[in-house]
Design a protein around this ligand. Structure first.
Ligand code: S3P
Length: 180
């Protein structure tokens, strides 16, 4: 008996490609994609950098958790949370029925390269040594990401290749609904 998947959540470190890959996977499944940070920016009218600076990380995490609970109630969606969302005891274990979780694994050097070339300011990496900070943070977070049901190593892969792998993982093991 296969499980019916009604939504997919992509987890992983900053720069692993969640925001880029989510719409591609959604396109392949005939679903829509939603980026948590975009919803947070729309709702609060503030950039992620401003939210961290004005309200602090703890408040950002509360808003992120609220947005996450709400979006996880939707069907036919590929969700792209920020890299810190899954780093919460029990969060990936408590996903609603019908949710497939996929960890987009990335080598730390590639993540740093992608993050620094993207032009999107990540407040947590505004340190004296962003590369060292990223290394430490990724080491701390990997055990959390590893709790996802599936894993795709994105290192050296194009977003299209990553998408193909995700769809290939999902198709044989899940009845994809709706309209797939
Ligand atoms: C964060 C990742 C960012 C953004 C915020 C915090 C994190 O999203 O939510 O800067 O804690 O890893 P991306 O993973 O899309 O970069």
């Amino acid at each position: 008996m296969t499980a019916e998947v009604r939504r997919v959540v992509l987890v992983g470190f900053m720069g692993c490609g969640k925001t880029t890959v989510a719409p591609l996977v959604a396109g392949a499944l005939g679903w829509s994609s939603i980026d948590f940070d975009e919803v947070i920016v729309d709702r609060t009218g503030k950039s992620i950098a401003d939210l961290f600076e004005e309200y602090g990380e703890a408040r950002f995490r509360e808003i992120e958790a609220e947005v996450g609970s709400e979006l996880l109630a939707r069907d036919g969606v590929v969700l792209a949370p920020g890299g810190g969302w899954a780093v919460h005891a029990g969060r990936l274990e408590a996903l609603p029925t019908g949710t497939a979780s996929v960890w987009l694994r990335v080598a730390v050097d590639e993540a740093i390269r992608r993050v620094t070339s993207s032009g999107r300011l990540r407040p947590l990496l505004k340190t004296e040594s962003p590369a060292e900070t990223a290394r430490a943070l990724l080491a701390e977070r990997e055990p959390h990401y590893a709790r996802a049901q599936h894993e795709v190593d994105t290192t050296g892969l194009s977003p299209e290749d990553v998408t193909r792998r995700i769809v290939a993982i999902l198709r044989p093991t899940h009845d994809l609904n709706p309209d797939s």
